[in-house]
Design a protein around this ligand. Structure first.
Ligand code: 13P
Ligand code: SF4
Length: 299
């Protein structure tokens, strides 16, 4: 029996679903029941009545699903599929920093551990970060862990933003040279960039959008060619949904190696062995969930 058939059989036997982020490989996305962005997938997990969720993504995403749906068994197929940006901050380091800014509210990007979320006042995503910041009474905001998303928010709010020095190595790597090269290949094409990109790239972007934002924007517009400033796994969905459009990657090197650790073989193993079960200690889970719930109340 082929691997996809075996996975389907296991899913049916175990009442399981597969959620995949759009940075995973094409074959993993094709095996998934849902493809989405970091938070969208965790929210989808709440509504599913399956007992097991195989999260084809990185650790913080599986953790978010586990903390929102503690009654489900959330499995991360590869234990060390992590997010280098999320690992640039710890709850201990954040606790220390908070003592320096007693009047500040802590806003934490969803790309962070549950322990860091638990130490924050509210979470945000790449799509709602400015709204979240502007919804708070505090004039000073400690924004963690992405310094690029922090700079983007700072340019859209009157509040004082104190950034944490974290970044996504993939998005932070894009530069003006990449833009010049892509514009030569596709003159006149719009550059769609993720807000994890650095300021140099964001100031040249035609649209600044989350991964779901990019996918929706391409579907809703009539251009023929787009330059894509995010991780290249997104090309799979863009191409399959828009077979007549052309997508130029801002860089061929924009690959998140952690996302690519998830393979069909690891998904099959995860289903057979019910591994790696991601759990969050109850005290941390409650506090982290509060930060996420507060965010979900904001339109
Ligand atoms: P979104 O999918 O939420 O836009 O986040 C991008 C990302 O870098 C996920 O790791
Ligand atoms: Fe983390 Fe960047 Fe990979 Fe997303 S693309 S998981 S932010 S390293």
């Amino acid at each position: 029996m082929k691997i996809l058939k075996r996975i389907e059989k296991l899913k049916a036997e175990k009442n399981a679903v597969i959620l995949a982020h759009s940075y995973t490989t094409g074959d993993v996305q094709d095996a998934a029941d849902f493809i989405g962005d970091s938070l969208g997938l965790s929210r989808a997990a709440i509504d599913l009545d399956s007992e097991i969720i195989v999260f084809a993504g990185v650790h913080f995403m599986a953790e978010s699903a586990a903390l929102l749906s503690p009654e489900k068994k959330v499995l991360l197929p590869v234990a060390d599929a992590g997010c280098p940006m999320a690992d640039m901050i710890t709850a201990e380091a954040l606790k220390k920093e908070k003592k320096k800014y007693l009047d500040a509210a802590v806003v934490c990007y969803v790309n962070s551990s549950a322990a860091v979320k638990a130490e924050s006042d509210i979470c945000c995503t790449s799509a709602n970060a400015t709204n979240v910041v502007n919804s708070l009474e505090n004039d000073t905001i400690l924004f963690v862990p992405d310094k690029n998303l922090a700079a983007y928010v700072a340019s859209h709010t009157k509040k004082k933003i104190i950034p944490w020095e974290g970044y996504c190595p993939i998005h932070n790597n894009f530069n003006a040279e990449h833009i010049n090269t892509a514009k030569k290949i596709a003159p006149g094409a719009k550059l769609l960039a993720h807000p994890e990109c650095n300021e140099e790239v964001l100031k040249s972007a035609d649209k600044i959008l989350s991964t779901t934002g990019i996918i929706n924007y391409v579907k809703a517009t009539d251009d023929n060619t787009y330059i894509i400033g995010t991780e290249n796994g997104i090309m799979h969905k863009l191409k399959s949904e828009n077979p007549n459009k052309v997508f130029i990657p801002l860089s061929n090197e924009a690959i998140c190696h952690d996302m690519k650790k998830i393979t069909l073989e690891s998904i099959e193993r995860a289903l057979i062995e019910e591994k790696h079960h991601i759990t969050v200690p109850e005290d941390i889970r409650k506090k982290a969930k509060l930060s996420l719930d507060k965010m979900l109340e904001i339109k």
